[in-house]
Design a protein around this ligand. Structure first.
Ligand code: SF4
Length: 99
């Protein structure tokens, strides 16, 4: 996973998981957390900036990004804002799927 968006102590307690194929490109995540989310791709779907991208048949099927605790709140806000629930957050230490 990408090490961008890290804090100086380098501890990545959480990761963001974007189910990109089901994104409807509404832009809510970009509106609340533009430092992590963008819509620049021609298909109009959002992307997690600096994420690791998994592709199948030329399509991005999943994006993941490790994040530190300090970046949790912003991404939780993005996840809460998503109308189709395609943004997920996981706690790497406990394995818990938070949303
Ligand atoms: S809020 Fe959800 S559906 Fe809207 S652009 Fe972001 S990931 Fe896609």
């Amino acid at each position: 996973m990408s090490e961008q968006q890290s804090t100086s102590n380098g501890v990545f307690k959480f990761y963001v998981d974007h189910d990109r194929p089901n994104c409807i490109g509404c832009g809510a995540c970009v509106a609340v957390a533009p430092e992590f989310w963008e819509i620049k791709a021609p298909d109009g779907k959002s992307d997690v900036i600096g994420s690791e991208r998994q592709e199948e048949n030329g399509e991005i099927v999943r994006e993941t990004l490790n994040i530190a605790e300090t970046n949790y709140a912003k991404n939780k806000e993005a996840a809460d804002s998503c109308p189709v629930n395609v943004i997920h957050l996981h706690n790497k230490e406990t394995g818990e799927k938070i949303i």
